[in-house]
Design a protein around this ligand. Structure first.
Ligand code: ADP
Length: 514
């Protein structure tokens, strides 16, 4: 920890909250630029919707969601249509403020007209989502799973999943939502931060009892009841890979903006917290992704009224220490040279965002050279990508659209495409013709950009954001390849653009030589 500023470059930088540090030119940082923004509820919902539009069957693990306030009319209309076609459908919805955490501001509703439009929604955008009414119960209680996922590299994509996670329990027996119990948070919300305040919360030192247990203890229990645990794991791995595939296009735009290709900079990795709910039939459903999952291994205990003490939490410790230890093992650049070169590690604390150092600590840990790998337990992190790449690579269409977007961004350091960049894209890919003039191109740019900027959270830069470009690209693809399903339209247009750009690049090389 570096309280007085860092003088030497480090191998690994461990930041508390976000990437921000323009002063790093080498080594590895434990955060990706833009990760916090990318996994916000609204951004995640939009990314999942784009993927669901392309691949409806592959992306049915995320509850149907609408963004408030802009999609309120759409939400109302779609619910009405679904109710008309199926009068016995009695849905419940969950409203979650964007950027909220720990259950903050969340409430359940039975009807779109129950959305609280006064105050909060207007000033604070939110996501409204189908509520999963039939979760799997253990001991009559609803629970969710927190799984730790290491995104070790974006390019090439490398993903690891921790073999064990946490199961966080509600503290009131579950009942399907009714108007009477909708507001009972201890029954419906699994957040630790809420349930800890229930008189029924049980701190347990054992992994398979109490209000926070290991996921492996739940799997053992399910397995003893005859559940197909192998299939469940494979569904979870698939959910994690597909979710990361949905997030990578946006992350790549932030990455090139903060760490331009060809300039010295660090590489990044990040531990993410995936919150997953199991349905009664064991189908996993993604609730959200946390960019900064809590790594606390102790909890507060009230010794006497108003007197609290931090006590160790063996369940947290078992899972989290292994995740951090093995992340460091995987990213350790000095693995082979470890004996001669001690690892230098910089930690930025989350509260002050400034470097901290324990009094008397030297910049290089004196005993940083750990013992041989053999002395450590086997890795708790399992590589799932590129291991299973061939099953999932066909889903990476938006990644390719993002590569086109980044290519035309022009001046490095931006995340939005200007009108000239968009025109150059159309011209270089030869997409305009007698039916689609350059004037129509400008109108498309203005229409889509204006709409996205009017609902955007990021007003810092003007221009077309990636998601607006993706919409424009889909629009062009639909126009050009009318009869095909959307993913084939997009693939056809991608192949055409990539081919024309390669040809142009070839020509330029030849001209350059001439
Ligand atoms: P936060 O970031 O505030 O914790 P979450 O999206 O994780 O927000 O939601 C909080 C809790 O609400 C979850 O842990 C889960 O118990 C419950 N929950 C969230 N979404 C759903 C849903 N679609 N169906 C059922 N329960 C949900």
């Amino acid at each position: 920890q570096f309280p007085f500023g860092r003088r030497l470059p480090c191998d690994i930088y461990w930041h508390g909250v976000s990437f921000h540090d323009s002063n790093i030119f080498s080594g590895q940082v434990n955060k990706f630029p833009g990760m916090t923004e990318t996994v916000r509820k609204i951004t995640l919902s939009r990314a999942m919707r784009t993927m669901r539009d392309l691949f409806p069957l592959e992306y049915n693990f995320y509850p149907r969601s609408w963004i408030l306030p802009e999609e309120l009319p759409l939400f109302v209309a779609e619910v009405r249509t679904m109710k008309d076609s199926n009068p016995s459908w009695k849905p419940t919805f969950i409203v979650k403020p964007d950027g909220g955490c720990q259950g903050d501001g969340i409430y359940l509703i039975k009807d779109p007209s129950d959305i609280r439009l006064t105050g909060s929604i207007q000033s604070r955008p939110a996501v409204v989502q189908e509520y999963i009414c039939k979760p799997l119960l253990v001991d009559k209680l609803k629970f969710d799973i927190r799984l730790y996922v290491l995104l070790k590299s974006l390019e090439p994509l490398e993903i690891y999943i921790a073999k064990d996670g946490l199961s966080r329990f509600c503290t009131e027996p579950y009942q399907e939502p009714t108007l009477k119990n909708l507001h009972q948070v201890f029954m419906h919300l699994t957040n630790y931060s809420l349930n800890i305040h229930s008189g029924n919360f049980i701190h347990s030192a054992s992994a398979n009892t109490g209000s926070k247990r290991t996921f492996s203890s739940i799997l053992c229990r399910l397995s003893s009841r005859g559940a197909d645990v192998k299939k469940l794991w494979s569904d979870i791995i698939s959910l994690v890979i597909k979710t990361i595939i949905a997030l990578t296009p946006e992350l790549k735009v932030y990455y090139q903006s903060d760490i331009p290709a060809g300039k010295p900079g660090p590489t990044c990795f990040q531990i993410l917290g995936f919150d997953i709910l199991l349905m009664k039939d064991l189908k996993p459903v993604l609730l959200e992704v946390n960019a900064n999952p809590s790594m606390r291994i102790e909890h507060e205990q009230e010794l006497s009224p108003g007197v609290f003490e931090n006590v160790p939490s063996p369940v947290d410790e078992k899972v989290k220490v292994a995740v951090i230890r093995d992340t460091l093992r995987l990213v350790d650049p000095q693995k082979k040279k470890r004996k001669d070169t001690p690892l230098t590690l910089c930690v930025l604390c989350c509260r002050c965002q400034s470097p901290e150092q324990a009094p008397g600590a030297s910049e290089e840990a004196p005993d940083a050279a750990p013992g041989p790998e053999a002395a450590l337990p086997s890795l708790c992190l399992k590589q799932v990508f590129p291991k299973y790449a061939r099953h999932f690579s066909y889903l990476r269409l938006v990644d390719r659209v993002a590569a086109l977007f980044i290519r035309f961004l022009g001046v490095k350091g931006t995340t939005k495409l200007g009108p000239t960049g968009f025109r150059t894209f159309i011209r270089n890919c030869k997409l305009s013709n007698s039916n689609f003039s350059m004037a129509a191109v400008d109108i498309l740019y203005i229409d889509i950009t204006r709409r996205w900027n009017s609902m955007g959270i990021d007003h810092k830069e003007s221009g077309m954001c990636l998601q607006a470009f993706v919409e424009a690209f889909f629009c062009l693809a639909q126009k050009k390849y009318k009869a095909l399903p959307l993913h084939k339209q997009v693939l056809s247009l991608l192949e055409l653009c990539e081919c024309r750009l390669a040809a142009l690049h070839g020509q330029r090389l030849v001209w350059g030589c001439g």
